[in-house]
Design a protein around this ligand. Structure first.
Ligand SMILES: Nc1ncnc2c1ncn2[C@@H]1O[C@H](COP(=O)(O)OP(=O)(O)OP(=O)(O)O)[C@@H](O)[C@H]1O
Length: 488
């Protein structure tokens, strides 16, 4: 706000008081920056009487803001301008609101002036490093954004290995000191390597450690859809509030912002607003920012302001450790030889690793048999056909599933709740999740614009049914086989 009083190049004018006042006020408005500019934009100089300048503002709120935040600077600037001690008087003129129009987006004071983030530890929060504490165990219900986080994705359940050590350390540092250590933090890497897991872990930790902190987790597709809907419903102000009224913004799969020009523009402002107010931004992507070529350069460069870290595919030891942790947390019994066998077969995607363990243990449970190496070999033979890596697309999964169940693609993606259609739809969604890189919202979109929670539910449901119903296990196994054969 020092900018207001820097008037050295302006000498006291010699023209009449009215035009002197107009010039003085224009000068002050011209020098103001950021939120100050927006507050002053909607004001008009009225009169000058001796050493008092009276201005009009459109509403009580603006008057209060100027009184409390800008009065001193404005009086200093006026005093500099007129070379004598000046005072400011403010009056409210509601008509101004109409005659000056609403502030435009870049200068809307409400949007440019969020309170700086304050991360205050909860009184009873005992400081511990993420990953060693029970601190990040999520609370069951909450209305501050944390209810959108997967309760299983915490620092405690994240297995650290050489492939993800740095990303984990960066995420932990951000969770411990949001808005301070690295802002933004960008975690990139291929599908199924734990990016979303770390994103949620930050959210849980921050929520549990800091008092009244607002966390928002969103996938980039949801962000884009929200924005498009907001435009079509004339609710952009509400949209901005939703995204800017947070302390920690977690955005998954930011690569989907590429080529979405308008959403990029909007996100650019959101990013600036949050960053200026020291709010934490964490993003995941399948590529580092410099390879997000269809992203506006100014946005790309902002993504490089903080820390960029990658996650690599895990080595064998880490894969075994992950399987061990998964087996323990999900109460699945499998010996070390079985875990090692699965880990040796599935090398690149941890989601697939988990899927394989689930199928092996489900099969054993259906057979009422112990999980042993032989059984694991049988199940994985179906899951991973010999030969080259197969190219599985969601279209292939959908058409094969429709074919398998003798239904049409329209029925598969429709809304009918008949038993066969629901099962077929859920299996196809589950397979899209397991065999492709598609995110939940993207899969939802392909299935007739369904919500990502519907896909999540389908995924969970089929995992359950795999161990409870032999028919479902057989259907999923057969279908996977067909799809993988076709995909080769
Ligand atoms: N280091 C790890 N320790 C334990 N579980 C892990 C680890 N890494 C990944 N996982 C698990 O693997 C699965 C896939 O991880 P996640 O969804 O975070 O991947 P992603 O990189 O975000 O993938 P995508 O880009 O496809 O969204 C999740 O169930 C996650 O909990």
């Amino acid at each position: 706000m020092r900018e207001l009083s820097n008037t050295s190049e302006h000498r006291a004018p010699t023209d009449d008081p009215a035009s002197q006042l107009t010039k003085a006020w224009k000068h002050i408005q011209g020098r103001a920056q950021g939120p100050n500019k927006a507050w002053l934009k909607n004001t008009r100089p009225l009169t000058m009487h001796e050493s008092t300048v009276m201005i009009a503002v459109p509403n009580e709120f603006t008057r209060e803001r100027i009184e409390t935040r800008l009065r001193v600077q404005i009086e200093d600037a006026l005093s500099d301008f007129f070379h004598r001690q000046m005072r400011l008087a403010i009056t409210v003129e509601p008509d101004l609101e109409l005659s000056l129009g609403v502030p435009d987006r870049d200068e809307d004071p409400e949007e440019l002036d969020p309170e700086p983030a304050q991360f205050i530890p909860k009184p009873d929060a005992e400081r511990r490093r993420p990953g060693t504490a029970t601190l990040s165990t999520p609370s069951p219900s909450s209305n501050d954004g944390v209810d959108r986080l997967n309760p299983k994705y915490t620092f405690e359940t994240f297995v650290i290995g050489s492939s993800n050590r740095f990303a984990h350390a960066a995420a932990a540092a951000v969770a411990e000191a949001p808005g301070k250590s690295y802002n933004p933090l960008m975690i990139y890497g291929e599908s199924g390597l734990g990016k979303t897991h770390l994103l949620h872990a930050i959210g849980h930790y921050v929520h549990n450690y800091y008092d009244r902190v607002r966390v928002k987790y969103v996938s980039t597709e949801e962000l884009t859809n929200d924005f498009i809907n907001a435009i079509s419903d004339n609710r952009t102000a509400q949209f901005r509030r939703t995204y800017r009224d947070v302390d920690v913004l977690l955005i998954d799969d930011i690569q989907f912002l590429e080529s979405k020009i308008q959403t990029q523009e909007e996100f650019f402002h959101t990013f600036n607003t949050l960053h200026n107010a020291q709010k934490q931004i964490v993003m995941t992507s399948d590529r580092p920012p410099k390879l997000l070529e269809a992203l506006e350069p100014r946005l790309r460069s902002r993504f490089e302001w903080g820390l960029i870290t990658d996650i690599q595919p895990p080595d064998l030891e880490t894969r075994i450790a992950i399987l061990k942790r998964m087996a323990a947390t999900q109460n699945l019994t499998a010996g070390p030889d079985v875990l090692e066998f699965i880990a040796s077969k599935i090398q690149t995607n941890i989601r697939e690793l988990e899927g394989a363990l689930i199928r092996v243990t489900a099969f054993a449970s259906l057979q009422r048999q112990d999980v042993d190496l032989e059984l694991a070999q049988i199940v994985l033979k179906d899951l991973i056909p010999e030969g080259t890596e197969s190219e599985v697309t969601p279209q292939l999964i959908m058409s094969e599933t429709a074919d398998y169940f003798g239904i049409t693609l329209d029925e598969l993606t429709g809304t009918s709740r008949t038993h066969v259609l629901v099962t077929a739809r859920q299996i196809a969604m589950y397979l899209c999740r397991e065999l492709t890189d598609m995110s939940l919202p993207k899969i939802g979109q392909l299935f007739g614009g369904k919500d990502h929670t519907t896909v999540m539910h389908a995924d969970r449901k089929i995992r359950e049914l795999l161990r409870e119903r032999r028919s479902v296990f057989n259907q999923v196994t057969e279908l996977t086989n067909r799809i993988k054969q076709q995909g080769q």
